[in-house]
Write a protein that binds this ligand. Structure first.
Ligand code: NAD
Length: 508
């Protein structure tokens, strides 16, 4: 264990959102903490804010009064960079600019002792580039906290080309001693979370642009069917459309404009219009006083048709059967059908999406009354299922399919026919990015899933999700999407190799 001893003074440079949060974490871990900011009065103001916050937490019983008071006393403002001389670790959380960060660490090298660790909280600038001009770049690593730092458990420990493994280890051990969960990452664009999470936003934004569904329905579907804590619209409204767009653009640029990272025109329009989300009062949704809450578009109640058949034993078929049985709805259980259908309701044929549109699937099955269901995190407990009908699907078949799902206790979100639907398309792309990230040695497979669960609250790590669905299914979805929508959906080499070798992505 190479964690810093709690008696070691820690410096935080930059007293904004992240710096203040990190200073609080270090102070609560028992370190004397010096906070420095070039903006006059900013450090003292941040410390006053942290102290108020600590007292409020103690008053609510979320923190013991003793440690809260001790942490409040441990914080001090440093007016001059030279005041950081005796620190054993300096964490930088200043403006996101390479020149500013490089200049700061250059200046710090002349002030701190040779054994002092240097860390940057950058979200997007390569650690290698920040350390390039240093005399001793080996002692610089990334310590990437998530916002809000006191509450988010994940810290990415980022190593540049020159970062000494001992530095990375000491930063990881120190983060763990501070109650955080460290994961190790190589300094590549977006590190782990900001890279692998891109499709969550990008696919949702694309579906909105193609008017497959509206923002309120998208958020609802991603929560009530996909099991995500928040949908892409409400989450980007919280993050700030400008901040989210800037990260997307920076990852896209860093990956030399790879099509899967292409920034969204729709999001750019929001940014240009000043609709930045909660902070400006409006984004995808309206947060102004008195504004109505977003309402998802759900199907009106339909009667359940008398003739119901559930085919096979797939998780979706089992869930439909279990839910119908629990509600006392009679149905016929039939063996798996060759055409992959999971159910028949009247004339309607229902299948799980495989990345083709319902219209294409209807043509391939020679069955105009074809409707597709989306992927659910857990179809047994999901509250909502998106439903897409082939263009030529008769109205009665749409009603029958809706009636069956409602009889099984689902809310039904009718969406425009789009390849891969909503959750399946997003999850397939998250899995593809996760597989590529591990394949490129950015991080270990287990760390990737941990990072996505703790950094962005995903209900399941993408690699575990792939094990559950099957690499073959994900590969088929992506290949179908690729055929209809282009190279953006190309399965990465690691996914292809998992499909061909039959090994789980964790071992690929
Ligand atoms: P912020 O704008 O809230 O705070 C930055 C602070 O740094 C300001 O108080 C500013 O006066 C100060 N500053 C600027 N240049 C300085 C310098 N040369 N020396 C000392 N102080 C200086 O920014 P933030 O959101 O706290 O982000 C800080 C860093 O953390 C950035 O690198 C950002 O990419 C990263 N980050 C941000 C988030 C987030 O959600 N906000 C999450 C993870 C990482």
């Amino acid at each position: 264990m190479t964690a810093l001893d709690p008696s070691t003074p820690v410096a935080v440079v930059g007293a904004g959102t992240m710096g203040a949060g990190i200073a609080q974490v270090a102070a609560l871990a028992g370190h004397p903490v010096r906070l420095h900011d070039t903006r006059p009065g900013a450090a003292a103001q941040a410390i006053a804010g942290i102290r108020d916050g600590l007292r409020a937490l103690a008053a609510k019983g979320r923190l013991d009064a003793g440690p809260a008071e001790a942490a409040a006393r441990a914080l001090s403002a440093a007016d001059d960079l030279a005041d950081l001389a005796g620190c054993g670790l300096v964490i930088e959380a200043i403006v996101e600019r390479l020149d500013a960060k490089a200049a700061l660490f250059g200046a710090l090298e002349a002030i701190v002792a040779p054994g002092c660790l240097l860390a940057t909280n950058t979200s997007s600038i390569p650690v290698t580039a920040i350390g390039a001009g240093l005399r001793h770049p080996g002692r610089l690593g990334g310590l990437h906290f998530f916002n809000p730092a006191p509450r988010m458990p994940l810290v990415e420990i980022v190593s540049g080309l020159d970062t000494d493994p001992a530095t990375a280890r000491a930063l990881a051990d120190t983060a763990a001693a501070w109650g955080k969960t460290p994961v190790s990452a190589r300094s590549t664009p977006g590190f782990i979370v900001n890279r692998v999470a891109r499709p969550f936003y990008a696919e949702g934004l694309r579906l909105l642009q193609e008017r497959v569904l509206d923002p309120a329905t998208l958020d609802h579907v991603m929560r009530a069917c996909g099991g995500f804590r928040m949908g892409p619209c409400e989450l980007t409204d919280l993050i700030g459309q400008d901040v989210n767009a800037a990260v997307s653009r920076s990852v896209w640029t860093a990956f030399h404009h790879a099509p899967r990272f292409e920034p969204s025109l729709l999001q750019q329009e929001l940014v240009d219009g000043g609709r930045l989300g909660r902070k400006s009062g409006r984004g995808f949704h309206d947060y102004r006083p008195g504004a109505p809450a977003p309402v998802p578009q759900l199907a009106a109640p339909r009667p359940c048709p008398a003739a119901l058949t559930i085919h096979g034993e797939s998780p979706l078929a089992q869930a439909l059967a279990g839910r119908l049985r629990a509600r006392g709805v009679a149905f016929e259980a039939a063996p798996a059908a060759r055409d992959g259908r999971v159910a028949r309701a009247g004339d309607a044929v229902l299948c799980l999406t495989d990345g083709r549109s319902a219209t294409e699937r209807a043509r391939d099955l020679d069955q105009p009354a074809t409707l597709l269901l989306d992927l659910a995190l857990d179809p047994m407990t999901a509250a909502c299922l998106p439903l897409a009908a082939a263009r030529q699907c008769p109205e009665q078949a749409r009603r029958d399919a809706t009636g069956l799902l409602q009889a099984a206790g689902f809310e039904v979100a009718p969406i425009r026919d789009a390849p891969g639907m909503v959750v399946m398309r997003t999850v397939a792309m998250l899995i593809n990015e996760a597989a590529d990230t591990v394949h490129q040695g950015v991080c270990a497979a287990a760390d990737l899933d941990l990072a996505m669960r703790l950094g962005v609250n995903y209900p399941l790590g993408p690699l575990d999700w792939c094990d559950r669905i099957g690499a073959g299914t994900i590969g088929a979805v992506l290949n179908h999407l690729r055929r209809s929508d282009g190279e953006r959906y190309r399965p990465c080499a690691a996914l292809q190799s998992a499909i061909h070798s039959g090994t789980p992505l964790h071992d690929a």
